[in-house]
Design a protein around this ligand. Structure first.
Ligand SMILES: Nc1ncnc2c1ncn2[C@@H]1O[C@H](COP(=O)(O)OP(=O)(O)OP(=O)(O)O)[C@@H](O)[C@H]1O
Length: 290
């Protein structure tokens, strides 16, 4: 393959040891006769800086080695460009990679990253911040932020925070405008999905398609605590739309008004934004190898 390929490894993503990755990448590259260079991120947003330099230096394929946060930092620099994104899933959730069917096994994923061709997928923005999988407001945005503030990682911390916050959390009022039609809803959370899942095969929008030019808007009412496990089971079985607590709408241009500045999440990254959120889709705007 006559391409200049760069791998960007996020050393802190996920839980797997990444010490052997450079050897696997280099030996596969020799076998496939591809020129590769490997970089490591040293801090948040470093991946974006690296990508800007790599694009300026004529790399034609950039491989994100990490999770959805790493992909976000890399892909945001590639939207609208001819440079391809490939993925070695090494995150905690790997939502985009799982949606695309990219193998979780390292050697297989490296083969795909070096040998497969790319297709165009849709990307999206929330108040001009790019996202590729999901973005949203409400309970999951609160938990994501609390989890980040806690400074510790791991599922047990996450579950403890989620259970404690669930008991106190009150649904909030939102005015949602989708392609000009207004929906007023009291919601536990609202997820805007480009891809179908949060990660770990938790399908919040099972029908979401990365190549349909449409965003899925999933509005969830607060289920009683006792329904929590059933709700989770429906997510993993791709049946969330059958829940009485879920409403799914679709559109290209979405505005969400809420009563105050509050938390958001995009691709699992926590953040805070104002009362008014504008979400847009950019159809066929990113070349992804899968
Ligand atoms: N050297 C570094 N030190 C600390 N943070 C880093 C470093 N390099 C990258 N990061 C940050 O690590 C964060 C987490 O990465 P990422 O989202 O890929 O992993 P994850 O959260 O385990 O996976 P997923 O998003 O799939 O659940 C990113 O937000 C990125 O900014």
């Amino acid at each position: 393959m006559n391409k200049k390929v760069a791998f960007i490894i996020n050393p802190i993503s996920g839980a797997k040891d990444k010490a052997k990755l450079p050897d696997i990448i280099n030996s596969t590259a020799i076998e496939k006769n591809v020129q590769v260079d490997i970089f490591h991120t040293a801090r948040p947003n470093h991946a974006s800086e690296l990508v800007r330099e790599l694009v300026a230096n004529s790399y034609s394929r950039i491989v994100a080695v990490g999770g959805d946060g790493t992909i976000n930092e890399i892909a945001r620099e590639l939207v609208g460009k001819d440079v391809e994104l490939a993925i070695i899933p090494q995150g905690s959730g790997n939502g985009l990679a799982r949606h695309l069917g990219i193998p979780l096994a390292v050697q297989k994923a490296v083969n795909v990253a070096l040998c497969n061709s790319s297709e165009l997928i849709d990307t999206a923005t929330i108040n001009n911040v790019p996202f590729f999988c999901t973005a949203g407001v409400g309970f999951d945005a609160l938990i994501g932020n609390r989890f980040a503030e806690s400074g510790s990682r791991g599922f047990s911390t996450y579950a403890t925070i989620a259970t404690k916050e669930f008991l106190n959390y009150k649904s909030k009022e939102y005015s949602i405008t989708i392609d000009g039609i207004v929906y007023n809803r009291s919601a536990f959370l609202i997820t805007i999905a480009n891809a179908s899942q949060y990660g770990n095969n938790a399908y919040i929008a099972p029908q979401a398609d990365l190549q349909d030019g449409i965003l899925d808007v999933v509005i969830v009412a607060k289920p009683p605590l006792i329904f929590g496990p059933l709700f989770a089971a429906r997510m993993f079985l791709k049946k969330i739309e059958t829940s009485q607590y879920v409403e799914v709408l679709k559109g290209k241009s979405i505005k969400i008004k809420r009563n105050e500045e509050d938390y958001v999440h995009f691709d699992g990254e926590p953040g805070k934004m104002g009362k008014e959120l504008k979400l847009s889709i950019l159809p066929s705007s990113l070349r992804v190898v899968f």
